[in-house]
Write a protein that binds this ligand. Structure first.
Ligand code: OXD
Ligand code: MN
Length: 581
């Protein structure tokens, strides 16, 4: 196979000349191709077959122990002007980065096959979708890209029609953390990744293309590329709403997108459009519409069980790739809080010992096609996307942030998004559980200066008078003994209902300096056992703590100097003044 697109042909030739692969395989995206990729990885030991009776077509990949998460300190945005990447990104000049990467790539695919992986982010016939081609020497990447994206022939045909595509070059290299880089060249629509096989570093359609490069393109073209799930909620009366929600990595986006209503709300239906990324566009009527650029999930495994996420639990019982989970004596995948079975072998393939850390890696993952999700919405394939009623921001905060609050208007909503902070998780290397600022949950993914990004967000107010309402949630408030105050999971639908009712002007709220909060009576708590003092605690705003929070936020924004838009600064001052009373 080859292509009629001359630019793609000559790029493939140029890369082959540099990296020297033994063979070049053009991926067609067929099921037969997926099967043969799996077969070859079973032979090479890259994959291990799991119990095929209880987990048919499920396989385990054990990564190098040094290569289990995104590496933010090795991820760069390479713009000619450092200020365009902003203090939120690591920066290297394009010339220096190219020189360094060319050196690493020289001859790196000797003895290996280079896979040419054409893919489309978004429904294949959507005007909002964008295509890319990843060149990779990893069959694990090729197989995962088949599950995660619309990969193969239809994508190549679209590239041949349109002529435009994002280029991504990936080599597993030696998996040496000292020779590992994830480089982005937004002006060249180019990604270069070396030395890691981990999803977020190696499946270039996801974080690298659909967020870092796409956020840059989105600013130029007037749309938004966001780290958001998209969920469809239908009331017993048949009223439908779509909510987009941004939470940092491993803070429950997948669980919320696949929520199962509690028994007392059994007439409600929840369906998944996406669990990680949303591309948001204004249509000709000024309605914000969302498409999920992905067509599969790369989700965190630990904690997934029949109670927390029944849909995901069922969806990963067949045709799934597991990365870095443990294995039972029956050769079934196992992870912490699975709720059944016990580990015999840990994620590194060693006999499991209870005193030598978790059996599954805390950032172990599943990869599956979205179509396997019992709550999959066919609207995920709608080329027009879905109309968004509410945008919800959230973080993992043991203190301060109440269960839910609503921004006063769009400008205030941008401040609410910019003020997101969250405890770090195992999704990236580094310390876990440290609170860090993570505006719009995009800290690791915004491909340009945050100051310019907030300005771009604010500009939507001039383009439409029908923008979604903006909210903030916190499922993770803790009590004095460290216990979670809110039950979370399916019960979060109670909060989403209040959000929907606010969008429809149907439910009450109290005004506070940080925004509108429900009173206990404004939430449907029927059938939920929760003490009234706990609800009061979840719905309270402590002005002193919030003043301290705003002082911290102001200091943080100052890092972005004159790039911080006036509208955001003005909104910050307005809220800070209200907090002072
Ligand atoms: C992810 C992440 O894998 O955010 O989605 O790290
Ligand atoms: Mn994510």
């Amino acid at each position: 196979m080859t292509t009629s697109n001359a630019a793609l042909r000559s790029w493939v030739e140029e890369v082959a000349k540099l990296t020297r692969p033994e063979a070049i395989h053009w991926c067609d995206g067929s099921d037969a191709e997926y099967k043969s990729l799996v077969e070859s990885m079973l032979t090479s030991g890259d994959l291990v077959a799991l119990n095929q009776d209880t987990y048919p077509e499920c396989y385990l990949h054990r990564s190098d122990p040094s290569d289990v998460a995104r590496v933010e300190h090795l991820t760069f945005v390479c713009t000619p002007d450092k200020a365009d990447a902003g203090p939120n990104n690591n920066w290297m000049s394009p010339d220096e980065a190219h020189e360094q990467m060319d050196e690493l790539y020289a001859g790196c695919m000797r003895g290996r096959t280079m896979y040419v992986i054409p893919y489309c982010m978004g429904p294949i016939d959507s005007p909002y979708a964008r295509c890319g081609v990843e060149l990779s020497d990893s069959p694990y990447v090729a197989a995962n890209m088949k599950l995660m994206t619309r990969m193969g022939k239809p994508a190549l045909e679209r590239i041949e029609r349109e002529g435009k595509f994002v280029r991504g070059l990936h080599s597993t290299g030696e998996l040496d953390p000292d020779r590992r880089f994830i480089m982005h060249f937004p002006e060249e629509l180019l990604i270069q990744s070396y030395g890691s096989g981990y999803g977020g570093n190696a499946l270039l359609g996801k974080k690298c293309h659909a967020l870092r490069i796409a956020s840059w393109q989105a600013r130029q073209e007037g749309w938004l590329a966001e780290h958001m799930l998209i969920v469809e909620i239908e009331s017993p009366e048949g009223e439908k709403h779509f909510i987009a929600a941004a939470f940092p990595s491993a803070c429950g986006k997948t669980n919320l997108a696949m929520l199962i209503p509690p028994e007392s709300l059994s007439g409600w239906k929840v369906r998944t459009i996406g669990d990680d990324i949303a591309w948001l566009h204004l249509d000709e009527d000024g309605q914000l519409r969302a498409v999920n650029p992905e067509s599969g999930y790369f989700g965190v495994v630990p904690g997934t069980n029949a109670k927390t996420n029944r849909n995901a639990f069922d969806m990963i019982r067949h045709d799934a790739i597991f990365t870095n989970v443990a294995v039972t004596a029956d050769n079934e995948p196992w992870w912490e809080d699975k709720g059944e079975g016990e580990p015999a072998t840990d994620w590194r393939g060693r006999p499991f010992k209870a005193d030598s850390g978790p059996a599954a890696h805390p950032n172990s993952r599943f990869t599956v096609s979205a179509k396997q999700n019992p709550s999959y919405s066919p609207l995920a394939d709608d080329p027009k996307g879905v109309p968004i009623s509410a945008i919800v921001f959230g973080g993992r905060r043991r203190e301060l942030a109440p269960l839910v609050y609503q921004a006063r208007d769009w400008q205030h909503g941008v401040l609410v998004g910019a003020s997101v902070a969250s405890e770090t998780t195992a999704a990236a290397t580094g310390k876990v559980g440290v609170t860090r600022r993570d505006p719009m949950a995009m800290k690791p993914f915004c491909g340009y200066n945050y100051g310019d990004y907030w300005r771009h967000w604010l500009s939507f107010a001039e383009k439409s008078d029908k923008l979604p309402q903006v909210f903030h949630v916190n499922w993770f408030r803790r009590g004095p003994q460290g216990e979670f105050l809110w039950p979370g999971f399916g019960e979060n639908l109670r909060v989403l209902r209040w959000i929907i009712d606010r969008c429809e002007g149907r439910s009450g709220a109290q005004e506070t300096p940080i925004g509108h909060l429900p009173r206990a009576a404004d939430l449907d708590l029927d059938g939920l056992e929760i003490a009234s003092e706990t609800i009061e605690q979840l719905l309270s705003v402590d002005p002193d703590s919030w003043q301290a929070e705003f002082a911290h936020l102001e200091e943080y924004l100052q890092e972005f100097g004159s790039r911080v838009p006036e509208g955001l600064q003005a909104e910050l001052e307005k809220t800070a003044a209200a907090l002072r009373g």
